[in-house]
Design a protein around this ligand. Structure first.
Ligand code: NAD
Length: 470
């Protein structure tokens, strides 16, 4: 039995079977979620196709804007209901979970107001021509477990504003907050416009090989992103892939370690390091290395770990057991290779997937924790001699999501940041995101962007409308 339902064609639907959802703060099963059957997935795509082709949804922009504005208000009003569900399955502190739900509301509001791009490209004696953006049809959306509610809104907002309909699947690790979100949104959206189904990776594979969707919008890991690109190819489905990162932050030699410690700490450890664009490698000039490590280790050691429902918790657990074991394995591998933990370096004893916030010194390129995406509360600090060397080491990776440069002189930092090969280059900030900023990665970090007019355009097909005049 489960107390949350899928939403298919505007109706709440249970499934023939359920699957267990674990609370990462205890390591124990705390609830169930519906395990969508293949027939139910077909019904969801059928409902989405009918809502797209058989109703006024795709043609009535004003109605879509009104629905998204109402959706935004409903989500904000439901923050206190959705946030504890998010804490119980994801692990993050309640305040962060509430912020996440409010963030989703904010994103929906932004998209309810964003202009659909339309541009006159010729207006002369020969012709009038403009470029408009038509919806694609049904979108299949697949999300990960680190920000399930927020990342769903990044897809729902632009896809629906553009006139598409959607079938969305959250991660099997965090399905319930998204199902609750869908229940709230169903009050504002016509039946079939947004269908939300839950299940495992197999359900994701069914979605990406299904004949109905014209586009797949995916946020998750690089290996899954590659599978999805391959699954999309035979039908030439469009894809947006928001994948992993291995972000470098480079401190320049004029940085005051005390002044940047808190921001660097949050950039690396917020959400227990489980942010695609978190700082995953910190490059520090040799002269500053020891001071930076000391300050950062002290801050990390003081962080209050705990169940997200406990007041004062700063960092929750790692979200799931495989990820918990992976982070532990990467730290152990680094230490076996000669690195040292300035703080942390081990799991926390007791129930749940808690790992001590870890600052590593002496790890080098070639070690897994530097070369791979750790996606957890463990940060290698790497010293460098000159800035050119730091930039080339920062760029020597298959990832290219984002990066940052820190300095007392923002112009100096900006000149270095301009050389980073990644989708977002910050100066004196990291993980500073907004719905108006196109977010995406170069190289293996993804294909395409989300957010802003650029993200909106990716849910459309450009059409030239040409009228001859002579
Ligand atoms: P994941 O790739 O394991 O799973 C993501 C989703 O894909 C889940 O819903 C899963 O069920 C589904 N899935 C798995 N295999 C599939 C397949 N073959 N076909 C279709 N669907 C499939 O990722 P995760 O572990 O849930 O999330 C962590 C990863 O996500 C990290 O690498 C992180 O960097 C990345 N991420 C990226 C962004 C971004 O915007 N770039 C944001 C958040 C997370």
């Amino acid at each position: 039995m489960t107390d949350v339902s899928m939403i298919i064609d505007g109706e709440r639907r249970t499934a023939p079977t359920t699957f267990a959802v674990v609370n990462p703060a205890t390591g124990a099963v705390h609830a169930q979620a519906p395990d969508c059957s293949r027939d139910q997935l077909d019904a969801a795509f059928d409902a989405a196709a009918r809502a797209f082709a058989g109703t006024t949804w795709s043609r009535d922009e004003a109605a879509r804007r009104a629905a998204l504005a109402q959706a935004s208000a409903l989500v904000r009003a439901a923050a206190d209901r959705i946030a504890p569900v998010l804490v119980a399955e994801q692990g993050k502190p309640l305040a962060a979970a509430t912020m996440e739900v409010r963030g989703a509301s904010y994103w929906l509001k932004y998209f309810s107001r964003l202009e659909l791009p339309r541009e006159v490209i010729q207006d002369d004696d020969r012709a009038f021509a403009e470029v408009v953006h038509r919806p694609m049809g049904v979108v299949a959306a697949i999300t990960p477990w680190n920000f399930p509610v927020m990342l769903a809104s990044w897809k729902i907002g632009p896809a629906l504003l553009a006139g598409n309909t959607m079938v969305l699947k959250p991660s099997p690790y965090t399905p319930r907050s998204t199902l609750l979100l869908a229940e709230v949104l169903a009050e504002a959206l016509p039946p079939g416009v947004l269908n939300v189904v839950s299940g495992g990776d197999e359900l994701g594979r069914w979605m990406t090989s299904h004949p109905v969707p014209r586009k797949i919008s995916f946020t998750g890991s690089v290996p899954t992103g590659k599978h999805i690109a391959a699954a999309a190819a035979p039908d030439l489905k469009r894809v947006t892939l928001e994948l992993g990162g291995n972000d470098a932050a480079i401190l320049l030699d004029d940085v005051d370690p005390a002044a940047v410690t808190e921001k660097i700490f949050l950039g690396a450890f917020d959400n227990s390091g489980q942010i695609c664009s978190a700082i995953k490698r910190l490059y520090v000039p040799e002269a500053l290395h020891d001071d930076v490590v000391e300050a950062l280790a002290a801050r990390a050691a003081a962080a209050k770990l705990g169940d997200g429902m406990e007041p004062g918790t700063e960092l929750g657990p790692i979200q799931n057991r495989p990820q918990f074991e992976r982070v532990g394995g990467l730290v152990a591998d680094a230490i076996a290779g000669g690195a040292k933990a300035a703080t942390g370096g081990a799991p926390v004893e007791g129930p749940g997937f808690f790992y001590q916030p870890t600052v590593l010194v002496g790890a080098t390129e070639g070690s897994r924790i530097v070369d791979e995406e750790q996606f957890g509360p463990a940060l290698p600090v790497l010293s460098y001699r000159d800035v050119d060397e730091a930039v080339s080491r920062a760029n020597a990776t298959s990832f290219g999501l984002s990066g940052s440069v820190w300095s007392a002189d923002p112009d100096r930092a900006g000149a270095v940041a301009d050389r980073l090969e990644c989708g977002t280059a910050w100066v004196n900030a990291h993980v500073a995101l907004g719905p108006h900023q196109p977010f995406g990665g170069s190289k293996w970090s993804g294909i395409g962007v989300e957010n802003g007019p650029w993200g909106l355009a990716s849910y459309t097909e450009a059409q030239v409308r040409y009228r001859a005049r002579s």
